[in-house]
Design a protein around this ligand. Structure first.
Ligand code: FO1
Length: 340
């Protein structure tokens, strides 16, 4: 059972999301909508586009696609990204031609998404319109908004393992080619400063009843969304409660590479460390903080007092998204913390 007592969810819920972790969390939001019969609830997802890259002349949007495929039941559940029943013939033949990069997992079915998206971008449609069009096929059950229609790409300054020299690589090269296993010195969302928030994004933050930061990567997913001009201010100003869910359990990430990325920016790899990094929204505690509440796993219950001392309400519940009902129970705990 997902919630101890019957409840109706608020009419509008907005989630700032990266890829795999965020998408899994949103599945729990939709499950709770379903099990509580909250038919009037609308979920809006503001997705990170800093993972995006141009590959073989095609625009690839990993986090938008991961949310769209996951909620549209097209995702490969083991990988957590890319399509079910995928084949890799185009990738293999590109490699046979010696075309780089060969390290990126470009699937044949996934390729269709990139071809449609690139054709629409070339025809002058903004990324938000392209995403809306692609979602017509997938029916994700949420409104999926790119954080911006402008090009933003996260780059990481690394020490090249072969040459020892320092250079900037695209986040995907850092994550996929180097498995986040090389010395890294900074993470920069290239283009964020000049970008504007995408259509509907600021409204989805200021006009919602609940804003959730799921257990997405606090640096390259949620952090990149917050780097888009106006978004952090909108989060600080929204009348809705802002509740986050820790992706760090014990002293490590559950999945992905949050430990490595938090290390690069010098944030303690702990549930409390990330909460303090996001900061309290109450001006008495932090000047640019964004959180009202923070959910930690039961193993981190010892850090509740520290988080509360930072001006952030906190509670400890099981945070393993083992299935949709487990995740829905986490969402119910978010609502409890929000007082909804
Ligand atoms: N993640 C990997 O670890 N290896 C890959 O080859 C890979 C390919 C890929 C292709 C399309 C796509 O939408 C996502 C893909 N991802 C891959 C995940 C991607 O790196 C995401 O940016 C991360 O999951 C972080 O959100």
């Amino acid at each position: 059972m997902t919630s101890a007592h019957p409840r109706t969810l608020p009419a509008r819920i907005t989630v700032l999301s990266g890829g795999v972790g965020g998408a899994r969390f949103i599945q729990g939001v939709l499950r709770l909508v379903e099990t509580t019969g909250s038919t009037g609830t609308e979920v809006t997802v503001i997705a990170n586009t800093g993972d995006d890259l141009w590959l073989h002349g095609l625009k690839v949007c990993p986090d938008l696609d991961t949310v769209m495929y996951t909620l549209g039941n097209g995702i490969d559940p083991e990988r957590g990204w890319g399509r079910t029943d995928e084949t890799w013939h185009a990738k293999e033949d590109l490699a046979a031609y010696g075309v780089e990069p060969t390290w990126f997992g470009l699937g044949d079915r996934d390729l269709a998404t990139h071809l449609v998206r690139t054709q629409m971008l070339d025809a002058g449609f903004p990324l938000s319109a392209v995403t809306e069009a692609l979602c017509k096929r997938w029916s994700p059950g949420v409104r999926l908004l790119p954080m911006s229609d402008d090009r933003i790409e996260t780059h990481v300054a690394i020490e090249d393992p072969e040459t020892g020299e320092r250079r900037a690589v695209h986040f995907q090269e850092y994550w996929i080619r180097h498995q986040a296993n090389v010395p890294a010195f900074s993470v920069v969302p290239i283009g964020a400063v000049q970008a504007t928030a995408g259509p509907g994004v600021l409204e989805a933050i200021s006009e919602t009843d609940l804003l959730i930061l799921p257990p997405s990567n606090p640096v390259v997913s949620v952090g990149t969304i917050l780097a888009v001009p106006g978004i952090r201010d909108a989060v600080r100003a929204t009348p809705a409660p802002v509740i986050g869910v820790s992706g760090i359990v014990g002293d490590d990430h559950v999945r992905g590479m949050a430990r490595q990325l938090l290390g690069i920016i010098g944030v303690e790899v702990s549930a409390a460390g990330v909460a303090e990094h996001y900061g309290s929204r109450s001006s008495a505690h932090a000047s640019s903080g964004i959180l009202d509440g923070w959910l930690v796993d039961t193993v981190d219950a010892g850090s509740l007092a520290r988080i509360e001392a930072a001006g952030i309400r906190a509670s400890a519940v099981p945070l393993m998204m083992t299935d949709h009902d487990a995740t829905a129970a986490m969402v119910a705990a978010v609502l409890d913390l929000a007082g909804l």
